[in-house]
Ligand binder design. Structure first.
Ligand code: SAH
Length: 365
């Protein structure tokens, strides 16, 4: 182990030695912060590949969605284009390039990136250097502008936020904790008892051993975002992998070099994420005053917005080998056996906005 991973492992070990054990949620939050703090962890040479890193088509489609949302808001003179967790900056770059098809939108836009990792901010700055915009960075949503509507995108942001795990024992529900085993390795353990009310109401009776996840960090951000949209106007698009309905189960996973890695081994060295509970996100957004559209499958969403036609154009203009890459990328993004249905798209909009492209016919909460 080296770098940030070794440091955070030592910090967590010291903390556990002092306290006996710590909540898993705290372990996940520290591991994720150390991990993204390392910088470029994405793509073929990194640990995992996200949709914008698979193909430019993904960002182009999202950019056009943002431009249409702005038009349906009656084209305000100023709009904040916000991305939560921009990674390498690829998605924002592709969105800006595509949205320059609508010059009045590009002129109205100021770009805001919510990113805590300093090394990733530098990579994002380099990615956007030629885009003609000067982005502003934010640690969280609180410093985003208040004087204009927001158009927000978040791809694989919510899955990186920490979740609390609760475990059913014979004696009732307990917080799931992390302790040290005899060899000094991290190990799960049953923490203090928690009241029955800590478990989401949607979860019925559970057998001993059952694990349930509660993503307070996700629902807090969602509530803040929805409250902003309800007061300032605007729309947000959340793309992530997860469940349409709240369900019991341990969904936390870690990825290192494109392979699953034991969740507690090497904190800060692997990408640690949880399935997103779209029902909980939708309820938090609706409670804070936004209208919720979807979720719909990523495949259905991208197809409704014309990704297959875009792929044809790109393939027709490419060398034969590259044309095959475009078709493969399309397949990865939309096929139900790939990212097409596990990945879902949810929109939150100001209540006065009409249904936005990609959500026609979808149920709204
Ligand atoms: N959207 C990108 C990257 C996804 S990885 C893509 O699709 O490729 C998750 C991103 O969220 C990283 O940029 C990470 O640094 C950022 N992130 C994770 N937790 C965060 C937090 N609590 N606050 C701000 N950014 C966070």
């Amino acid at each position: 182990m080296s770098g940030a991973g070794a440091d955070i492992a030592r910090v967590l070990r010291d903390r556990i030695r002092a306290a006996g054990s710590i909540p898993f949620e705290e372990f996940m939050a520290e591991a994720a912060a150390a991990y993204y703090g390392r910088g470029d962890v994405f793509g073929r040479d990194g640990d995992f590949t996200t949709a914008p890193e698979i193909s430019q088509m993904f960002g182009e489609i999202l950019g056009l969605w943002c431009a249409v949302a702005w038009q349906l808001m009656n084209a305000p003179d100023k709009v904040a284009l916000v991305e939560l967790g921009p990674g390498r900056g690829t998605l924002m770059c592709d969105m800006l390039r595509a949205s320059s098809l609508l010059p009045p939108f590009r002129q109205a836009v100021s770009v805001h990136l919510v990113e805590r990792s300093r090394p990733l901010r530098e990579i994002q700055a380099r990615a956007l250097a030629g885009s003609g915009v000067t982005p502003q960075w934010h640690d969280d949503l609180t410093t985003l502008p208040t004087d204009r509507p927001l158009v927000v995108v978040a791809n694989e942001f919510f899955d990186a936020l920490p979740v609390r795990q609760l475990q059913r024992a014979l004696s009732g529900w307990h917080e799931r904790h992390v302790a040290l085993n005899d060899d000094g390795g991290f190990a799960f353990t049953l923490g203090p008892a928690v009241p029955e009310t800590a478990v989401p109401a949607a979860i019925g009776p559970c057998r001993p051993g059952t694990i349930v996840e509660v993503a307070a960090a996700c629902t807090t951000v969602m509530g803040e975002l929805a409250a902003r949209l309800a007061t300032q106007g605007g729309a947000a698009l959340v793309v992530d992998y997860g469940y349409a309905r709240t369900a019991a189960g341990d969904s936390v996973q870690a990825l290192k070099r494109h392979a699953f890695h034991p969740v507690l081994s090497d904190p800060g060295e692997a990408d640690i994420t949880a399935h997103v509970d779209f029902q909980a996100l939708s309820e938090a957004a609706a409670a804070a005053g936004a209208r919720v559209l979807g979720p719909v499958g990523q495949g259905a969403f991208l197809e409704a917005l014309g990704i297959a036609q875009r792929a044809e154009v790109l393939a027709a203009n490419a060398a034969p080998q590259h044309a095959e890459d475009v078709r493969k990328a399309l397949h990865r993004l939309i096929d139900p056996a790939e990212m097409g249905t596990l990945f879902k798209v949810l929109a939150l909009v100001h209540p006065a906005l009409p249904t936005l492209p990609g959500f026609e016919g979808s149920a709204s909460a």
